[in-house]
Design a protein around this ligand. Sequence first.
Ligand code: T4K
Length: 394
Amino acid sequence: MITDDLRDLVPYQANPVPDSERTLHVGQPNLSDRAAFDRLVDEMYENRWFTNNGQLVQRLERRLSEYLQVKHVVLVNNATTGLQIAAQALGLTGEVILPAFTFVATAHALQWVGLKPVFCDIDPQTHCIDPQKIEALITEQTSAIAGVHVWGRPCPTDAIDEIARRHNLATLYDAAHAFGCRHQGRMLGNFGQCEVFSLHATKFFHTFEGGAVTTNDDALAEKIRLMKNFGFESMDRVVELGINGKMPEVCAAMGLASLEQLDDVLEINRRNYLAYDAGLSDIPYVHLHPQTNLEGTNFHYIVVEVEADAPLSRDELLKQLHDAQILARRYFFPACHRMEPYRTLYPEYLDALPETDRLCQRIMILPTGTAISPDDIPRICATIRSSLTRRKAA
Ligand code: T4K
């Protein structure tokens, strides 16, 4: 139910451009309450403490640990660094199995720390790694399975755990999309040896730039804390190979202010999803990727599949939307195995991932979040309908 309070959160109301002329983007950031953010920035000034594990970072870690019901939350400067640190802290070597249907950062983080990404195909129903295809990829060099909770939909963690146990592999999850999502009655953040969230501006919950590594393993959390701060155990004493993965205080201020409004953002996302569901349901050739976990998702991505025999290809439809100032996006396009350096380093995957390749050709992401007004979604759906029917009639 959208209340008046909720409407106050939607920034379009302060926007002088009429709804019908605004450009609609995928990924426009949710805004925190400005006064709450300003108060936290004032506090940061009073403390004269801007980074290096400041009070706001510590406070946000405590809040997130309560929110995610996980023992340890280690904030970092972004999820890419978080994944690199997690891989190092877990002592991964050789090869790591992951889906190619992910943002390229997942593969880059592993390759950057000297691991070979081994790309696994996805389950076309869930868009996540297909557990039935993992085992055939395991070799003597495999040290871990890295699942990605694509669009916030949980990976099949039981199946992955079972394979990992049998082959003595580590498990970690890229939870970049999945803040606030639940799985089997628990918040994501509690699965595998550790999970890594992105808190980038385009995400459901954000800190401008940022990331969070979560784990229930005390020793691993301690190692990750050391590693994100150059390996310093105490002043002048370095005990690990470390990096600069620290989150600045101003980012934590954004996180603390944003956390207060997260329930409202969730409600707006849910409203938008339901409006898309209704608006797209009778348009032929397009299908909204269904949310199967209505009580446990953040509804942050509106994912639409365009059928192969539609009168317009996915890319032609995108062009029509862009012409109407609706900047829908292809994610993830192309998939990692078709991007450099992977297509040159590992050409064996170019013909090995049919479901990934099919999905990459078919899906588009539509705008949602608090920057979208209730009137935008009917306009977007009408543009999709008229583009498809115009072409069919022609
Ligand atoms: N794993 C997965 C599965 C991920 O999706 C990501 C990041 C990562 C790992 C790595 O997390 P981080 O290291 O970033 O914490 C964007 C984001 O930069 C990236 O964080 C995100 N995933 C990815 C899916 O999307 P681009 O290259 O698509 O960004 P860009 O600049 O094209 O912006 C996306 C849209 O957002 C545009 O329509 C414009 C809009 N936008 C963006 C920003 C930053 C705004 O309206 N305002 C803004 O301030 O990567």
